[in-house]
Design a protein around this ligand. Structure first.
Ligand code: PLP
Length: 511
């Protein structure tokens, strides 16, 4: 009898102490191959890439451990400017939001005199909407009904009275989950009829990752760097016409304000995009998670839904649209709650049923995240006890972000070999870096993309972790990196100065 079998399937005690490769060798000798291996795994999952948490971030983690072990470096801390995670960068939570969450989580606090009455009213209302008056119960798959009502009222206020129906609102696990779910329903066909999904380049890599996972066809349209990363409908037309040769372009994704590019679309541009979607029969996905993050004086956020309605019945009765919002960005930055919503317009009634069916397989989004979403869409209003403090905290975060956006643009543009478009919105800079030929050759010798090479060197020499532009997509032969503007102002100034010094030395080294 085989030795492992003789042991009743248990391996001898010494075996678990062996290291990875030795252990798999030993397991192979015992005649058992793993079922799940890099060769046998789902190839679509293997193809997925997510730069925001990619190799550079793994390296940053290793360097942090080395610093903890006392290994000397030219810096004392790693600054993670790679991800839009505001609280991780020291941003304080909005008090009102956390008070309502605290009350709902531990309702005994409703008797405490330390919470303002308006926080208690919000908490009681939400708890009444939860099964057994508890945040710990599952909700309906589409989300708690009174929260969907609040989302619909918020959208109506935001869009100057354009009607919103709670039945068209789906609460989601962050915006990511809503985007992935609707794409899952949209993708179909094979060969030349496989669904093509149009995405901006540069893009937020959730899109390329989900497209890979679903084995859909990624159709790139390029944003115009020379024109502040504006979206040009002629470029959409070029992309769709080329894509029709090899797939069925069916979905057009827009990120406004843009990540990683920080542009805010003009109303005219949104109208042009909607007209294009109508003409080409494309399902629109409008990722509007940065709707509160607009800094340039001459820019304003317009939702796709509002513009669609204002373009008249020919458009609003026909164009299919899903738009997304989240608790993760804006002034609250509550990424960890995983709150979000999706609003759909003109979705086929049967598809609504299919969508709820799909969502119900996962039961429901986290109810704590739904609650956080409720507070974002239903904040204190003038006259309420918490209003003054809420408004002060919100304005503090937003005015700081505006200051940091300008500071970052100005400083980068002082550095030879760096060009940075205005950060009109969102929370990132995506400067272009002009790399000398010798640096490009050195990167090739290290089997790295040139901007990955640059970002690795930046990390190793300064402890600053940013993401190479290649992780978001960029025009061939151009190089960029993405950096968040989330560190506190004083720290951000230090980060920018360090990048400037590094860049100048880098240019000298590879001149
Ligand atoms: C453009 C964009 N869409 C969606 C998301 C996902 O956000 P969430 O945390 O709500 O899933 C992000 C996160 O950074 C983003 O930048």
């Amino acid at each position: 009898m085989h030795r492992a079998a003789a042991l009743g399937g248990r391996l001898p005690r010494a075996l678990p102490r062996l290291r990875g490769r030795e252990r798999s060798g030993a397991a192979a000798k015992l005649g058992r191959e793993r079922i799940l291996t890099p060769e046998s795994m789902n190839p679509q999952v293997k193809a997925v890439e997510y730069a925001v948490r990619g190799p550079i971030v793994l390296k940053a983690g290793e360097i942090e451990l080395e610093l903890q072990r006392g290994i000397k470096k030219p810096f004392t801390e790693v600054i993670k400017a790679n991800i839009g995670d505001a609280h991780a960068m020291g941003q304080q939570p909005i008090t009102f939001l956390r008070q309502v969450v605290a009350l709902c989580t531990y309702p005994n606090l409703l008797d405490s005199p330390n919470f303002p009455e308006d926080t208690k009213n919000r908490a009681r209302r939400i708890l009444q909407g939860c099964g057994g008056n508890s945040l710990g119960s599952y909700s309906a798959s589409q989300g708690v009904h009174c929260i969907r009502e609040d989302v619909a009222s918020y959208i109506e206020r935001r869009d100057g009275g354009v009607p919103a129906d709670p039945d068209n609102i789906y609460l989601t696990t962050g915006a990511s989950d809503g985007i992935a779910t609707i794409l899952k329903i949209l993708v179909s066909g094979g060969g030349k009829s496989r669904t093509g999904v149009m995405i901006p380049i540069p893009q937020y890599p959730l899109y390329s990752a989900v497209i890979s996972e679903l084995d859909a066809v990624q159709v790139n349209y390029y944003l115009d760097e020379e024109n502040c990363w504006a979206l040009d409908v002629n470029e959409l037309r070029r992309a769709v016409n080329e894509a029709k040769e090899y797939c069925n372009p069916k979905v057009l994704c827009i990120i406004n304000p843009g990540n990683p590019t920080g542009q805010v679309q003009s109303r005219k541009c949104i109208e042009d995009v909607i007209h294009f979607a109508w003409e080409e029969k494309l399902f629109l996905l409008a990722d509007e998670v940065y709707q509160d993050n607009v800094y340039s004086e001459d820019c304003q956020f317009y939702s796709f839904k509002k513009v669609l309605y204002e373009m008249g019945p020919e458009y609003y009765s026909n164009v299919e649209l899903a738009s997304f919002h989240s608790t993760s960005k804006g002034y609250m930055g509550e990424c960890g709650y995983r709150g979000g919503y999706m609003e759909v317009v003109n979705l086929h009634p049967e598809i609504k049923g299919q969508l709820v069916k799909l969502l119900s397989v996962r039961l429901c989004p986290p109810v704590s995240g739904q609650l956080a979403m409720d507070i974002v869409v239903n904040p204190p209003i003038p006259g309420e006890e918490s209003f003054e403090q809420f408004n002060r905290e919100k304005q503090f975060v937003l005015s700081n972000l505006a200051k940091k956006a300008k500071l970052t643009e100005d400083l980068f543009n002082q550095v030879p070999g760096i060009h940075c478009n205005p950060l009109q919105g969102a929370m990132y800079a995506f400067p272009r870096i002009f790399l000398p030929t010798k640096a490009v050759e050195a990167a090739k010798a290290h089997k790295m993309a040139p901007d990955m090479f640059y970002c690795m060197k930046l990390l190793e020499e300064t402890g600053i972790c940013v993401v190479p532009g290649s992780g978001f997509g960029q025009r061939e032969g151009t190089y960029h990196f993405r950096m968040t503007i989330l560190p506190p102002v004083e720290k951000l100034k230090i980060v920018l100065e360090k990048i400037k010094d590094f860049h100048i030395k880098f240019l000298e080294k590879y001149a």
